[in-house]
Design a binder for this molecule. Structure first.
Ligand SMILES: Nc1ncnc2c1ncn2[C@@H]1O[C@H](COP(=O)(O)OP(=O)(O)O)[C@@H](O)[C@H]1O
Ligand SMILES: [Mg+2]
Length: 252
């Protein structure tokens, strides 16, 4: 099996906090990988390390076969991947078209290809009638769609998405799902983080569960379905101690 992502004992420490603790991720090429975990489990920290936004404090990362500790390999590999990070960083004073053109130029794409793909992406994302707005005037959902458009523009082999459905309405969410399905049928490998079980259950073909920085489960979705529900597996994997109703003195 050919792997798109392989990490060995990947770790990240912030002061005394071990945010990511010895992760061994195995993400097959062409799969839709759901990286699931409660808030604060280490999902964003992991995706930042995988995409080169944050340096690991331990372990190693191979993306699309390339060893990311080698700066030349990392630079070449980053050309082949797209990222929608936690903090979108869309450059406030650009319109959507200007933003996509800027991304295209950064990737040294030919101008006619940038123009053609930008037009198609704006239409697919329903942003073609927002030409006069700067991204700082965009709603949260519009920003997410534009960030995904930017990640898709260079036609990456692999896409990393940090909570792409967070704060997105039902219509846009459906649209994003359809776009991601199209990516999968085109052979793109998708790595998505989410704290929402239903999203991962509906979309993903492989699931990794992270809790307190550690990978507590990694399995194909078919196998999970065959042995019960994802919710049961999630609760038993992350520990459901926190589900016990805690006392709130004034609500006694
Ligand atoms: N830049 C940082 N400085 C200090 N602690 C951080 C930083 N980023 C994340 N953390 C801590 O690392 C842990 C994991 O955070 P994060 O990866 O954002 O979780 P998730 O995305 O799963 O909600 C949390 O305890 C968080 O407070
Ligand atoms: Mg996060």
């Amino acid at each position: 099996m050919s792997l798109a992502i392989e990490t060995t004992q990947l770790a990240r420490q912030f002061g005394n906090t071990l945010a990511v603790d010895g992760l061994n991720l195995r993400v097959p090429k062409g799969c839709f990988y759901g990286f699931l975990g409660p808030n604060g489990a280490g999902k964003s920290t992991t995706i930042k390390m995988l995409t080169g936004l944050l340096a690991p404090t331990g372990g190693s990362i191979r993306i699309l076969g390339g060893e990311m500790s080698d700066p030349d390999v990392a630079r070449e590999t980053r050309r082949r991947i797209g990222v929608v990070p936690e903090h979108l960083g869309l450059y406030d004073n650009l319109t959507a078209r200007e933003y996509l053109t800027f991304i295209g130029r950064m990737y040294l794409m030919p101008r006619d290809v940038i123009q053609d793909r930008t037009q198609q992406l704006l239409e697919v994302m329903g942003l073609q009638n927002e030409e006069k707005k700067l991204t700082l005037e965009f709603s949260h959902g519009m920003k997410k769609k534009l960030a995904l458009a930017g990640a898709l523009l260079p036609n990456p082999e692999m896409l990393f998405l940090d909570e792409p459905f967070e704060g997105v309405d039902a219509v846009s969410s459906r649209l994003l799902r359809d776009v991601l399905k199209r990516c999968i049928s085109h052979g793109v490998t998708l790595f998505l983080t989410s704290h929402v079980l239903e999203i991962v259950e509906k979309l993903c073909t492989e699931v990794g569960i992270i809790a307190r920085g550690r990978l507590v489960m990694q399995e194909p979705m078919d196998q999970i379905r065959a042995s019960g529900s994802l919710e049961e597996r999630f609760l038993s994997a992350v520990g459901s101690d926190h589900l016990e109703a805690q006392k709130l003195s004034w609500l006694e």
